[in-house]
Design a protein around this ligand. Structure first.
Ligand SMILES: [Zn+2]
Length: 312
């Protein structure tokens, strides 16, 4: 698995209670969080092979955190809302453009693992129509912009069909029902196994899941629960595949939303940062979104050095 980063959009650590769908029994999520729900008050775990903590997503800027600046902070290690002058989204802000190119997680790892065969991957598949829309308007999301700038392949419909990428909804159901694209349907468990298999071929693999944010905006409890049913099964499969001595599973978000269905907007709550497995201790001192990518870069170097020394 090496390093696998599961980025969940719009998941904060909020108060327990009826408005918070994370305040329910989600066995795999709880296992990942060290035997607790992802709600306040979160007990921090700072062990050698496990980090669980809440990190700040507001970055000292007023207003509600947004995806464009939040994801840029998370995936580039820069204070994007401060550079932009405000929280901005959903697309990356033009003032962060140069730094996004130079400092994004893919570019960083490609630089430090220079010479390794296909060290990084973005496991999401995009429908063909996404490419035509994005190209026509030059409007790319933060993750796809990171790929373009680092020269990382963005996977498409054929990849989802042949098992070398995942649809954003994990199962392919939303593609079938809403986009009328049939790439086959798989269970969330199968999606977890597939992602683990993809990540074994790379030093670092990113997967982005945005239905958590959509469910938060909808304020629909059934929709939120269904999303968490899928995520819990998916995470359960990932945990089965994880070798904690050589793999590192990461989970983080860009801002809160899902954890408070009383309101339809994002929140200023902190977000969970979970690192499980090899080099998880490199994440102990991360306190906000900007610390995640530098820690991943360090972990990638440390794990590759270990692989080299065990091979020689
Ligand atoms: Zn977001």
């Amino acid at each position: 698995m090496a390093i696998l980063f599961l980025f969940l959009d719009g998941v904060g650590i909020g108060k327990p209670g009826a408005a918070n769908p994370l305040d329910a029994s989600w066995p795999a999520i709880e296992q990942l969080a060290g035997g607790q729900r992802l709600t306040e008050p979160l007990s921090y775990i700072l062990d050698e092979h496990h980090t669980v903590r809440a990190i700040d997503a507001t970055l000292g800027v007023d207003g509600l955190p947004q995806s464009g600046t939040g994801q840029t902070a998370l995936l580039c290690g820069i204070n994007a809302p401060r550079i932009a002058g405000r929280h901005y989204g959903p697309y990356p802000h033009s003032k962060t453009r140069t730094q996004l190119t130079r400092k994004n997680i893919f570019s960083r790892i490609l630089r430090v693992l220079n010479g390794t065969d296909e060290p990084v991957a973005f496991a999401n598949a995009y429908p063909d129509r996404f490419f035509s829309f994005a190209k026509r308007r030059d409007r790319w999301t933060v993750t796809t912009r990171c790929c373009l700038d680092a020269g990382v392949r963005i996977r498409g419909e054929a990849d989802a069909r042949n098992g070398s990428a995942l649809t954003a909804d994990l199962t392919g159901e939303a593609w079938h029902d809403k986009l009328n694209i049939d790439v086959g349907r798989i269970t969330p468990e199968k999606a977890g196994k597939r992602l683990a298999a993809i990540s074994r071929q790379h030093a670092f693999t990113l997967f982005e899941y945005f239905h958590t944010d959509k469910a938060g905006h909808s304020r629909d409890h059934d929709r939120a629960r269904n999303v968490l049913v899928d995520i819990d099964a998916f995470v359960g499969a990932l945990l089965e595949e994880l070798d904690p001595l050589s793999d590192l599973l990461l989970l983080c978000s860009d801002h809160g939303n899902l954890e408070d269905l009383e309101i339809k907007t994002h929140t200023r709550n902190p977000v969970p940062l979970i690192a499980l497995g090899a080099k998880a201790d490199l994440f102990h001192d991360v306190t906000d979104l900007t610390g995640v990518t530098p820690a991943i870069e360090k972990a990638a170097v440390a794990l590759s050095n270990r692989a080299i020394s065990s091979a020689s």
